[in-house]
Ligand binder design. Structure first.
Ligand code: FES
Length: 330
């Protein structure tokens, strides 16, 4: 995925919005329609963008915008109630009702469409449909060529299918179901069989789905620069098998030990150093920290491979160190 980190600042002005509509659109999936207070327009966004949502329980979570980027009167989210996650989606489902006010961030985009492509191939797994839906709306609006392949466990778990079936681009959408007969399942070899330098592939969904698409794309000869992806529900990355390392703080020369199974951000917090964090999954970039010396063990989904290779920054919510000491700009 190609990301534009330079424009990301956590100081950007937050927005107060009202939940205009909340409805269940598939099994465990709610659609939230957000409008600005006072009927104002909301800041424009491009397909693939997300917002931070400040939840009533104090958590901040990222959700993709799934409505047409042409719209300025609302933002639409699709949220899967995931009881195995860290509580953000459950709070949104259970504690946020129509008429409630919420604070959100400005839209940010780590998953943009490439302007110069001849054709786009959109692949969505489950709730990964949300940014993909905005992409389909945008591509259709600009009369650009695309196909959308949408996979889910079964039809009842797939959100926004009514909308897709009525869309002007409905004949560009194909549906696949993991349950049921094998012919209903997505055949990646078939879908990814014809890479071309001017065709770009966009994939969003659970980690396993994205990994499967990425490795199939590689086997079929897709250029890595033409494959763009955004993770949902990244996996935990600190384990007891990890080795300890030390963070050397540039500001005062002190050392903070990061134990096996402990994240760098948690070790810093124990030492009284707060690094701003949001997703705590290496996805959002909020905790991005400069590295001055040493070699990070990058485990995030935020930095590009080239940025990871440079070793000039790391995400302490998930990443560790290959060297015994990592000197950081803290
Ligand atoms: Fe989101 Fe670290 S808090 S990447």
């Amino acid at each position: 995925m190609h990301r534009q980190h330079e424009g990301d600042t956590s100081e950007e002005k937050n927005i107060l919005v009202r939940i205009m509509r909340k409805e269940i659109v598939a099994q465990n999936i709610a659609r939230f329609e957000l409008v600005a207070r006072g009927g104002k327009s909301l800041p424009p966004f491009a397909a693939g963008a997300h917002i931070d949502v400040h939840l009533p329980n104090g958590m901040v979570r990222q959700y993709s915008l799934c409505n047409s980027p042409e719209e300025t009167h609302r933002y639409v989210l699709g949220v899967l109630r995931d009881t195995s996650s860290r509580g953000g989606s459950v709070a949104l489902h259970d504690q946020v009702q129509e008429g409630d006010d919420l604070t959100i961030s400005q839209p940010r985009n780590h998953f943009p469409l490439v302007a110069s492509s001849r054709k786009s191939l959109l692949l969505a797994g489950g709730i990964g449909i949300t940014p993909i839906l905005a992409m389909a709306e945008s591509l259709s609006m600009h009369e650009e060529d695309f196909d959308l392949h949408y996979c889910g466990r079964n039809a009842s778990r797939m959100a926004f299918t009514d909308l897709l079936r009525c869309a002007r681009y409905s004949d560009h959408v194909k549906y696949y179901y993991d349950d049921g007969v094998p012919e209903q399942r997505l055949n990646l070899s078939k879908v990814l069989a014809f890479p071309s330098p001017d065709t770009h592939l966009y994939v969003c969904g659970p980690q396993g789905f994205i990994e499967a698409v990425k490795s199939s794309a590689q086997v079929h000869g897709w250029l890595a620069s033409n494959v763009h992806y955004e993770y949902f529900g990244a996996t935990a990355v600190a384990g007891a098998a990890d080795k300890a390392f030390s963070l050397h703080l540039n500001s005062n020369g002190s050392f903070v030990l990061v134990a096996p199974g402990q994240t760098a951000i948690a070790a810093l917090a124990t030492a009284g150093i707060t690094v701003p964090a949001s997703c705590e999954q290496g996805v959002c970039g909020t905790c991005l920290t400069r590295v001055l010396e040493g070699e990070p063990d990058h485990r995030d989904h935020y930095l590009t491979p080239a940025e990871q290779k440079e070793n000039r920054q790391f995400l302490p919510c998930v990443s560790r160190a290959k060297s015994d000491v990592l000197k950081v700009d803290l």
